[in-house]
Design a protein around this ligand. Structure first.
Ligand SMILES: [Zn+2]
Length: 335
């Protein structure tokens, strides 16, 4: 049963848009259920369910708290992981389980910081990819020190935590960030206190190890990076990205949604099924346009320089040409 009515949902969307625009947020008197005094901007989606939406800090994380248990979805970058777990635990229970929606370092970067006493759960195909990213995690741990925004609440504490992560990173091994529990059958159900959590995998899309995290009792769906809301999607063919599979996975995700579903995208503001529909439209239009240009004899260089109406006004411009190039290769390979 949905706990979030339409009006409340629109308030949340407005709030998450404002979080991306602090100047606008200053003029707002009634922020809906924002946690106060935290470094990360937390939005309360439903009783016991909070998400933090912030483009600068890696993928969007969500924490589910119920009856003395807490589970965190995605761990952002190493520098912010201790703050993420500390603030998530303040909602009522210490975080003892983590789900990684996929292996990318902006979603698993905090694993090595949090793994002591925390069970990390991921798709079976994520484990080897995570083990192969040790250099990336160590680099992010050190580079993250420069990303601390000292104007935010509790910045001194976050800086100290980031320094500790940077120092600890010298001793990290390939196992430090690796998942403890590999999931390979779907859907996979678990419980957090009284809350039912369902993990879905619909084949290779954004990567070959995408998980969606569904809270049926709250009508909330965290899509991981299967949804980039109002942003160009990041394509990683080496990580298993597949435009056709991605579109098919989003179609399956839409089957989990009704008109009241809150969708937490991997990147971008909170949305609903319209955000997923827009993602599917982007992927389908991209495939069709690129295929047409290939039939017309255009080279990869020519096509990656192009843009089309469906791309207008989207963020992550730096991901645009990469997305076109990846789909160019995929269309050619499909014959
Ligand atoms: Zn990703």
């Amino acid at each position: 049963m949905p706990t979030l009515n339409r009006r409340r949902f629109l308030e949340l969307c407005a709030a998450s848009a404002l979080l991306a625009n602090p100047a606008a947020a200053r003029g707002l008197r009634r922020l809906p259920a924002q946690a106060e005094g935290t470094y990360l901007p937390w939005a309360n989606l439903a009783p016991g369910v909070h998400a933090t939406i912030d483009q600068a800090l890696g993928g969007n994380s969500m924490v589910i708290t119920s009856a003395g248990q807490a589970l965190l979805v995605d761990t952002k970058f190493p520098a912010f992981a201790a703050a993420l777990a500390r603030e998530a635990s303040a909602f009522g229970a210490p975080v003892t389980r983590v789900i990684n929606t996929h292996h990318h370092a902006d979603h698993t970067g905090g694993n090595a910081v949090l793994n002591e006493g925390v069970e990390i759960i991921a798709h079976a195909a994520a484990a080897e990819r995570v083990r192969a990213q040790l250099d990336r995690y160590a680099g992010a741990a050190k580079g993250g020190l420069r990303q601390i925004d000292m104007a935010r609440p509790t910045a001194d504490q976050v800086l100290a935590e980031a320094q500790a992560a940077a120092e600890a990173s010298a001793a990290w091994t390939a196992e430090s960030a690796a998942p403890d529990t590999a999931i390979s059958t779907w859907p996979h159900e678990l419980t957090v206190g009284d809350e039912r959590v369902v993990l879905h995998h619909f084949g290779a899309g954004h990567t070959d190890n995408d998980l969606l995290v569904q809270l049926p009792g709250r009508n909330i769906l965290h899509t991981g990076d299967l949804c980039f809301n109002r942003l160009h999607p990041f394509f990683d063919p080496e990580g298993g990205a597949a435009c056709r599979g991605w579109s098919a996975a989003v179609a399956k995700a839409l089957e989990l949604c009704d008109e009241d579903t809150t969708v937490v995208p991997g990147h971008g503001a909170l949305t609903d099924r319209a955000g997923l529909q827009a993602q599917k439209h982007y992927l389908d239009a991209l495939w069709d346009h690129v295929a047409k240009e290939i039939r017309g004899g255009k080279t990869k260089e020519e096509v990656t320089a192009m843009t089309w109406d469906f791309m207008d006004g989207l963020g992550f411009e730096q991901a645009r040409a990469r997305a076109i190039g990846a789909v160019y290769d995929e269309v050619l390979a499909a014959g």
